[in-house]
Design a binder for this molecule. Structure first.
Ligand SMILES: C[S@@+](CC[C@H](N)C(=O)[O-])C[C@H]1O[C@@H](n2cnc3c(N)ncnc32)[C@H](O)[C@@H]1O
Length: 329
């Protein structure tokens, strides 16, 4: 990374930290929504929370709903019933979405008897029937998960980003730019020949995001089985909202979306039905407010065990075994 890039990133981090120190200590965690509040975590069903929220008042709805795969917080039901429920929640989320707002629905697959149903595809019509437009289908790639034996192991999920049919939706690219691959590259011909060709603030992060998921060694891990990493939601919050805007997560889990919102001077509201997760969310939000929550920083490079000299990357197998080739080849 070029020195100029490092300077820019440090400035962004410094600005964010300054903002946190100046404004966050006054934040209170409320139990019911009111437009003049900053942080709300509602214990109960998301439809009950949504009924408290006025039309077009939320700038960013971002969530990961249950996938109906029998996780400890959900009862697996027939796909049709699951979809009917999602349809109702989506309809309410569209109602509260601001004119220039964004709605990001993050999903994986529902698996029925070995057959994979990509939830983003089956839910797509529910957004389009309300006039929303799909702006990106972001692939979130991660390394850790179940090892399958009858198909390739799942190592990605998607974020479907919708807006209303307007050209004026909020999209701030600069706060989420990432380092250029070749920052020293110059125009080699034309009127700009010899000048640097890259944007000094970095490049567009693209629509494939390689961000570690929250598994056992992750600094953000709690007892919740499938938390968002804070940095994943920070990228959405910074690019799709402005300060003081509302961010809503109807399935708040361990409160990650609310944390990502208030860390950047936005307002955060979420609903969660499980009391245990409400307690985790409240504790994490409290720590975020007083500055003690451990979070994986947005621009931290991914851990590379080989580069770090981790001994476990040395194969115990003999040279003629296939695995040896994988490790040395
Ligand atoms: C996939 S998890 C979301 C985790 C969250 N993204 C985080 O970072 O922790 C889905 C959550 O929705 C909760 N949930 C399920 N049905 C709900 C409902 N009707 N209203 C509110 N929360 C619900 C579950 O208890 C679970 O914590």
């Amino acid at each position: 990374m070029a020195l100029g890039d490092i300077f820019c990133w440090k400035m962004v981090d410094f600005r964010d930290r300054l903002h946190r120190n100046m404004f966050m200590e006054d934040i209170k965690i409320h139990k019911r929504f009111r437009a003049d509040r900053q942080c709300v975590i509602y214990e109960g069903g998301c439809l009950d929370l949504l009924r408290q929220i006025p039309d077009k008042s939320i700038q960013l709805v971002v969530t990961s709903p249950p996938y109906n795969i029998g996780k400890e917080y959900e009862k697996k039901v027939r796909l049709q019933r699951y979809l009917e429920n999602q349809r109702k929640v989506i309809e309410e989320c569209v109602r509260v979405l601001a004119n220039e707002g964004s709605l990001c629905w993050q999903t994986g697959n529902y698996v029925d008897n070995g057959a994979v149903v990509p939830l983003d595809s089956v839910l797509y019509p529910f957004f389009v029937e309300h006039g929303l437009l799909l702006r990106n289908r972001v692939i979130w790639h991660f390394e850790h998960g179940l090892h399958c034996s009858k198909r390739f192991s799942g190592r990605h999920e998607t974020i479907m980003w919708y807006t209303r049919a307007t050209k004026n939706y909020v999209f701030n690219l600069d706060p989420v730019r990432v380092p250029q691959k070749y920052p020293g590259k110059k125009h080699f011909k034309g009127p700009k020949a010899g000048q640097y060709s890259c944007n000094p603030l970095g490049k567009n992060p693209g629509d494939v995001w390689d961000i570690p998921n929250v598994k056992s060694n992750h600094v953000e891990k709690t007892a919740h089985p499938c938390q968002f990493p804070v940095e994943l939601i920070e990228r959405l919050v910074l690019s799709m909202t402005n300060e003081n805007d509302w961010v809503l997560d109807p399935y708040a889990g361990a409160g990650t979306s609310i944390i990502a919102a208030i860390r950047h001077g936005r307002r955060g509201v979420g609903a969660e039905i499980e009391h245990e997760y409400i307690q985790i969310a409240r504790e994490r939000i409290g720590k975020s407010i007083n500055g003690t929550l451990k979070v994986r920083p947005m621009h931290k490079p991914k851990y590379d065990p080989k580069a770090a000299g981790n001994k476990l990357t040395k194969s115990p197998w003999k040279t003629e075994d296939a695995q040896e080739y994988l490790f040395t080849g």
